[in-house]
Design a protein around this ligand. Structure first.
Ligand SMILES: *Cc1c(COP(=O)(O)O)cnc(C)c1O
Length: 426
């Protein structure tokens, strides 16, 4: 990183608009772009020249956002798409095919577990879920048909921290990429590429935008993976029939994955981010570090207060000295363990539901990473499709509620929790 994070979050990927001098990135509410001549058009379609063709593929506002996210994550390129879930499909699409599998952590966002365990089957893909603290089990789950290892840096809902360098070493040894969902940490708290990740995916819906306005996703490529080292990634290493036989890795080197994701992924899957969404997310990212500092400070204070309260059974926040993941924070996400965690209310499921209903400042919503503090009972909502065993393994047991701590005055958050706990445990 040449410039500091706070500088990059404001400037990276954007210069004053070349046409007008506009200082803020304009919203290019545009579908198509005039070719200079027939040769220019042919060169753009042949990937011999980079430029704009049609906004399903690229749009200047969306490209500005992609470039800014790539800079913040320390990648060579990024592609934005319509949601975090779209980013996961887009990340795997060039790597996978019928009969192939991924090895994934049991501790993932509930929707991701459902996408991997159910919807994948429609494509002939499969996922093997393993406890990522059991390194031998992760290595053992990888076979000749495995094309990626997938985990979250800080995981939803429990705030567990993954030992990224250890998992990256296992993926490296097997010659397959490590894909890290960095949604909960954001690049301010954790930069998975520095810990060995090949691809980083984001739900930009969350902290990157930061204010609950738009859904979006992004895939960042480290640019370091050798797609040609084995015959496992023909879409990137061999002549690609979906793109008149272009060998992406040979032709584009470190940018192979990014170009493939635009030229084939967005072209054929169509999970495109719209320029309005990119605009809102660009606005949000400008204050990412400031917000994350406050999110983390508030989360730590709330978690410490809850842990001392006799009405609370346990708190999962990795930023607490008592957490089994606390030792990893310093190494993996030294600026803090994020602002999402769960806690168990004495009184189990019944008390959790009462607590959620009694909270007034916390909003009861299925979202996280908002400036506002949010609460949800995961087992009956985001992790509802999971079996009880999967819920337990994911950290979403019926007796816990999930908090996404916002940037309000922390005394007000604690006062609200205090009164709601009184109602829930009366
Ligand atoms: C929300 C979320 C997703 C899915 O993102 P959408 O933008 O809602 O599609 C994926 N991973 C994590 C960790 C999330 O929190």
């Amino acid at each position: 990183m040449t410039q500091g994070f706070d500088t990059l979050q404001v400037h990276a990927g954007t210069a004053p608009d070349p046409a007008t001098g506009a200082r803020q990135v304009p919203i290019y509410q545009t579908t198509a772009y005039v070719f200079r001549d027939a040769d220019h058009a042919a060169r753009l379609f042949g990937l011999q020249e980079v430029g704009y063709i049609y906004s399903r593929l690229t749009n200047p506002t969306v490209s500005a956002l992609a470039n800014r996210i790539a800079a913040l994550e320390g990648g060579v390129g990024a592609v934005c798409c319509s949601s975090g879930h779209a980013a996961q499909i887009m990340a795997l699409f060039p790597l996978m095919g019928p009969g192939l599998n991924i090895v994934a952590s049991t501790r993932l966002y509930g929707g991701t577990i459902t996408q991997f365990s159910q919807t994948f089957k429609r494509f002939g893909w499969s996922a093997r879920f393993v406890d990522f603290d059991d390194e031998a089990a992760v290595a053992a789950a990888i076979d000749d048909d495995t094309r990626a290892v997938f985990c979250e840096s800080i995981s939803n809902p429990g705030g567990y921290v993954t030992d990224l360098p250890a998992i990256a070493a296992i993926a490296d040894k097997a010659g397959i990429p490590l894909i890290v969902d960095n949604t909960l940490a954001s690049p301010y708290l954790c930069r998975p590429i520095e810990h060995g990740a090949t691809l980083v995916v984001h739900s930009t819906t969350k902290y990157l935008t930061g204010n609950g306005t738009v859904t979006g996703g992004a895939i960042v490529d480290a640019g370091t993976f050798d797609w040609s080292a084995s015959g496992k990634f023909p879409s990137l290493s061999a002549p690609e029939p979906a793109y008149h036989g272009l060998k992406f890795h040979e032709a584009l080197g470190g940018m192979a994955f990014t170009f493939h994701s635009i030229a084939i992924g967005l072209r054929d899957l169509g999970m495109t981010m719209n320029p309005q969404a990119a605009h809102y997310t660009l606005m949000g990212i400008e204050t990412l570090s400031l917000r994350m500092e406050k999110h983390v400070a508030n989360a730590k204070a709330v978690a410490e207060w809850l842990e001392k309260d006799p009405r609370v059974e346990f708190v999962t926040y990795a930023g607490l000295a008592s957490s089994p993941w606390n030792a990893r924070v310093e190494r993996i996400c030294p600026k803090g363990a994020g602002a999402l965690f769960t806690f168990a209310v004495k009184g189990g499921y019944e008390a959790c539901v009462k607590l959620v209903d009694a909270l007034q400042l916390f909003s009861h919503v299925a979202n996280l990473g908002d400036t506002r503090s949010l609460v949800i009972h995961s087992a009956s909502t985001t992790h509802r499709q999971l079996t009880p065993e999967q819920q337990q393994a994911a950290g979403a047991a019926p007796n816990v509620v999930r908090l996404s701590i916002g940037i309000e005055n922390v005394e007000d958050l604690i006062a609200d929790l205090d009164q709601a706990l009184a109602v829930a445990t009366a």
